[in-house]
Design a protein around this ligand. Structure first.
Ligand code: ATP
Ligand code: MG
Length: 603
């Protein structure tokens, strides 16, 4: 039996005002309802009610991991540098890694994720194929010095993750482990009550191949994903691979006039360029120019993990933007920012607003260009003709043909994906929506095993490198994501599996008889196996008690008050707001039925 929580003594203070540092409604409510408290940006304390919810999420994750044969262990958060040095991540993680020194000046870190530790542990203890397959997991605190800690628990700098790792001798084993995890994740997110999608994912800094994310569909999500209704294809925008546009046929290219430079005064933007082109250089066929006829060249500066910087030019149709996150995924582990005045100053041949392919590309240096690496959007077909910068102020070049008049160093998948774009699988068009990344599964392969030399003897007595999978669930993030998904204007609305209690009993009025009765009911409910919150505060008005019960968000609320004189108590459903009176002697049975989902329909 779980001891009832009594609000007269519970370490809880609900707030009427929204906290100043919270932006999202679910986050505001978690703070106001006394579930969590901010200790520092992106760092939160768990108060008793919040901790209960967190433990329930953990329990769901633990049960499903155990069900696929995962073995739980726990590594420290405080870690030595060497293994992370061996895999390159000490550098690759860049400023996201919390680094510290011990008193002897030895480098240490706070673990952002634990591939290295798991790999080394298996290497220390196992040596034969007979000991595999193996799945290990932990539910543990992680640290990442996120550039933009956001929305409380959604993106913390300290947060709780379930991370698991599979170890197999061959690819078929890894595939099977991956599928088992995928199924476990489906069960986990079904139980947590999310509306979620499974999308193809970029494997990011981790390297590796097959990779999927579980996204909670939510307008407040930071991830954008695409879906194709016709085929069921779904992917994080970062992972969408836009097919290369097919070459323009030779006859069309042959009929394209030679490139010609024209005056286009005051046309540093795509809109002004289109207007000037229409006014001064109308198309032969009478159609007007559009942004899609122009090729814009965007300059960014990459910073590599070792601090080295490198400029990069991206050429894409003028009606398409560079997508910050797609570019981030493409250049990782480097980071990027737009070119600034000082960067332009270092390359005098770049005429800002009028930059063209003529001065771009690693081979451009020979002809007085910048030598800056130049990558094209895959929509720029070989043989296609463009209006683009002529590398002189107020001038553009027309009929500049890709492959005939200019080339680039390669292709980059950084253009924004738009609603209605063709699906990469050719099956239809894409729709866009936003989501919160709740889980990520990927087939790491042999990257870490190779770096840390994890080998076992196979059936033939030969040493083979182990292949690994890595699988994460954002446990603390899940609490926040549920809060964002299930609340109304007056408070939280927990799904039963995660609620801090099964039932919230409110005793109203001043009559000691009412309080005594409520206390007996609470005891009986607890004895029947329910977790109970009892609002037994003697001097708090019924109005405040009701408000608090709404704010805390326990799914079933029982009111013991005036009705007692007539032999009834009230059962309220927090979600639907329906309420019904039941005879006191039937109270326990009725509440049990309500909690277990077999209650008679409310009136
Ligand atoms: P994101 O793109 O949101 O930063 P990630 O790709 O860095 O996530 P992983 O390294 O795959 O995340 O971590 C596994 C899981 O841990 C994620 O799916 C997410 O649910 C959770 N997670 C990652 N970073 C944070 C964070 N800063 N705060 C809370 N949970 C996080
Ligand atoms: Mg991250």
């Amino acid at each position: 039996m779980t001891r009832p929580l009594r609000l007269s003594t519970l370490f809880l203070r609900t707030l009427r005002e929204d906290p100043a540092d919270a932006e999202l409604p679910g986050h505001k409510l978690l703070v106001r309802a006394g579930y969590v408290r901010r200790a520092a940006p992106g760092v939160y304390s768990w108060l008793p009610l919040g901790l209960r919810v967190l433990r329930k999420v953990e329990a769901v994750v633990r049960e499903e991991m155990d069900a696929i044969g995962g073995q739980e262990l726990s590594f420290p958060a405080l870690l030595p540098r060497e293994p992370y040095e061996a895999t390159g991540r000490w550098t690759e993680y860049g400023p996201n890694l919390f680094r510290l020194k011990d008193r002897k000046g030895v480098d240490m870190l706070l673990g952002p994720t634990h591939e290295e530790m798991f790999t080394l542990a298996v290497k220390d203890m196992f040596s034969s194929y007979k000991e595999l397959p193996l799945t290990l997991y932990q539910i543990q605190t992680k640290y990442r010095d996120e550039a933009r800690p956001r929305a409380g628990l959604l993106r913390g700098r300290e947060f709780i993750m379930k991370d698991s790792y599979s170890f197999d001798v061959d690819d078929a084993g890894l595939e099977a482990a991956y599928q088992r995890h995928r199924e476990a994740y489906v069960r986990i997110f079904d139980r947590l009550g999310f509306d979620y999608v499974v999308v193809h994912a970029d494997s990011g800094a981790m390297g590796g191949s097959a990779s999927e994310e579980f996204l909670a569909v939510s307008p407040v999500g930071e991830d954008t994903f695409v879906r194709c209704e016709a085929s069921g294809y779904a992917a994080n925008v970062e992972a969408v691979v836009v097919p290369q546009a097919p070459d323009v046929d030779e006859a069309t290219v042959a009929a394209t006039p030679a490139a010609h430079v024209e005056d286009t005064p005051d046309s540093p933007t795509i809109a002004t360029l289109v207007a000037q082109a229409d006014a001064l250089h109308p198309r032969a066929d009478g159609r007007s120019w559009t942004a899609a006829d122009t090729l814009k060249n965007v300059l960014v500066l990459l910073t590599h993990p070792d601090g080295r910087t490198e400029p990069l030019a991206i050429g894409l149709p003028g009606d398409r933007e560079v997508d910050a996150k797609r570019l981030e995924a493409q250049v990782a582990p480097a980071t990027w920012r737009p070119f600034e005045a000082d960067d332009f100053a270092a390359y005098p041949m770049l005429a800002k607003g009028y930059i063209g392919p003529g001065v771009l590309g690693t081979d451009s240096e020979q002809r007085g260009g910048s030598g800056i690496r130049y990558l094209l959007d895959p929509s720029v077909a070989r043989g296609s003709a463009w209006v683009t910068g002529a590398d002189a102020h107020g001038r553009h070049v027309f009929d500049l043909v890709h492959g005939r008049d200019f080339t680039a160093d390669g292709v980059i998948q950084a253009g924004a994906i738009r609603e209605g774009d063709p699906s990469p699988d050719g099956a239809g068009t894409l729709t866009l929506a936003r989501g919160i990344e709740m889980g990520h599964i990927f087939q790491l392969g042999r990257k870490y095993a190779e770096a840390l030399d994890l080998k076992v003897l196979d059936e033939n007595g030969k040493l083979v490198t182990v292949t690994m999978g890595s699988y994460g669930v954002g446990v603390s993030r899940a609490v926040a994501a549920v809060a964002e998904a299930t609340h109304d204007e007056v408070g939280l609305l927990w799904p039963r599996e995660l609620a801090p209690a099964d039932v919230h009993v409110v005793a109203t009025g001043r009559d000691p008889e009412v309080f005594a009765h409520a206390e007996r009911l609470v005891q009986d409910l607890a004895a029947a196996g329910l977790e109970v919150i009892h609002d037994d505060r003697p001097k708090v008005s019924p109005g405040v008690k009701f408000k608090d019960s709404e704010l805390l968000g326990v799914p079933t609320v029982v009111v013991v008050g005036k009705g007692l004189a007539d032999g009834v108590i009230e059962i309220k459903d927090r979600l639907s707001g329906t309420r019904r009176e039941v005879a006191v002697e039937r109270a326990v049975g009725e509440v049990l039925a309500e909690v277990r989902g077999s209650a008679p329909a409310g009136d």
